[in-house]
Write a protein that binds this ligand. Structure first.
Ligand SMILES: Cc1cc2nc3c(=O)[nH]c(=O)nc-3n(C[C@H](O)[C@H](O)[C@H](O)COP(=O)(O)O)c2cc1C
Length: 391
């Protein structure tokens, strides 16, 4: 829109009606929008001091490719109470072939629904835009005639409460709606109201206020419960912890992973299970959260279940997070960088001395993956979830 809310003179920052004196910029803005936006672009202006300039401007605006133009039939310096120039809007409508939306008739032209069409006809426009008339009484759009103000205010309060509208926005709209009735007892109460409750008190709507706030509180409590349940699995035999395998730590502006690329917690859990002659860990119940389609996994190791409370973006990461929970609960190393060397690492280093000096075949034959300098070989054997490389 290229007009300000009211008939103020110079606009701050070159915005609003100030743009009217810079048609080159208007054109640049509109061409950029038309080119860059897939939706139809419309434009709203106030009229210029001369009819010729106004027509020249709207024709230039039309050439930018906008879908329609709204014309507030007042000049930049005219106030909302000044009469609207229906004749200028009409001349504009005749000068362009895109739809023209007539605006500015709330005060002097539009009192009831049928006046909207009369305003459209008087301006030769395609349609009408209403601001203040709708703010004063939204039932202006009712074909059967406007509703009593008390009823409109009552319904408005219900909507704004349910929609948790900002208190002072509600107060502003109600003040505009009351107009000359602002000096009435409800008007005075509204004037001093600082909360939704006080606004409701002004209009004898406290019962509704209580009912609505109770309903809203119940709704948010149910929502909180739903989230909580979402995070709690029904089974109670699962040990949970809030950990994430894929966590990256910021270190001197370089993003570093917690784990070296070839080392994973799943490997450590598998190696431990085998060394203890326990069944291979089983990863199960991979759940996909409907909200973002993230995953959470449960691992069974040594007949106990482990799971992270966090959600991961892939099944693989979710399984690694579950393995971390298992390892930490069991007090086992998990392969993180900077972690004290585990028995597994020490063992591998010992083996490395002998196996790396031998051949890859001997490593394969022994079923042991070498570590350290032999990480490339290690990764060949690291088929997670299988025991192919471990003793
Ligand atoms: C509360 C309020 C906010 C407005 N905000 C804007 C706005 O953001 N941009 C704009 O171009 N016009 C704005 N206007 C002006 C209206 O769009 C309209 O041009 C003006 O009120 C004349 O129309 P009316 O006689 O139907 O009220 C606002 C008007 C009101 C009352």
């Amino acid at each position: 829109m290229i007009t300000p809310p009211s008939g103020a003179g110079e606009q701050q920052g070159g915005m609003g009606a100030a743009l009217l004196s810079d048609p080159d910029r208007i054109e640049r803005i509109l061409r950029t929008l038309v080119k860059g936006v897939s939706k139809p672009v419309t434009c709203k202006i106030r009229i210029l001091p001369s009819l010729e300039d106004t027509i020249r401007l709207v024709q230039r605006i039309e050439r930018t490719g906008v879908a329609a133009i709204a014309v507030h039939g007042r000049r930049k310096e005219e106030r909302p109470q000044h009469p609207v120039h229906c004749d200028v809007i009409k001349a504009v409508a005749e000068a362009v072939s895109i739809p023209v939306i007539a605006n500015g008739g709330s005060q002097d032209c539009i009192k009831v629904h049928s006046d909207i069409e009369a305003f459209r006809a008087a301006t030769g426009a395609s349609s009408v835009m209403l601001a203040r008339a709708a703010m004063w009484n939204p039932s202006i759009f009712r074909r059967d005639g406007p509703l009593p103000l008390e009823q409109v205010i009552g319904e408005y309060i219900r909507y704004e409460l349910s929609a948790t509208n900002h208190t002072f926005n509600t107060k502003y709209c109600l003040c505009k709606r009351l107009k000359e009735k602002l000096e009435s007892p409800p008007g005075k109460k509204l004037h001093s109201a600082q909360s939704h409750r006080e606004i409701c008190e002004a209009f004898d709507s406290v019962v509704y206020y209580k009912k609505t706030t109770t309903m809203l509180e119940a709704r948010s409590a149910a929502e909180a419960r739903r989230h909580h349940t979402d995070d709690q699995f029904e089974d109670t035999d699962v040990t949970t912890m809030t950990v994430r395998f894929d966590k990256q730590v910021q270190e001197t502006s370089v993003l570093q992973r917690d784990y070296p690329p070839q080392i994973t917690p799943k490997m450590f859990l598998l190696e431990w299970s085998q060394s203890e002659q326990l069944p291979q860990p089983v990863y199960e119940t991979v759940i996909q959260r409907p909200l973002d389609r993230f995953f959470r996994s449960t691992v069974t190791a040594a007949n106990k279940k482990y799971r992270s409370t966090t959600w991961d973006k892939s099944k693989k990461l979710a399984e690694q997070s579950a393995a971390v929970v298992g390892l930490r609960t069991l007090g086992l190393p998990e392969g993180r960088m900077g972690e004290e060397e585990s028995n597994l690492v020490k063992k591998r280093k010992r083996e490395e001395k002998t196996e790396c000096s031998g051949s890859a075949e001997s490593a394969e034959e022994s079923g042991h993956a070498p570590i350290g300098d032999c990480l490339a070989l290690y990764s060949i054997y690291s088929t997670e979830g299988t025991a192919s490389w471990m003793s």
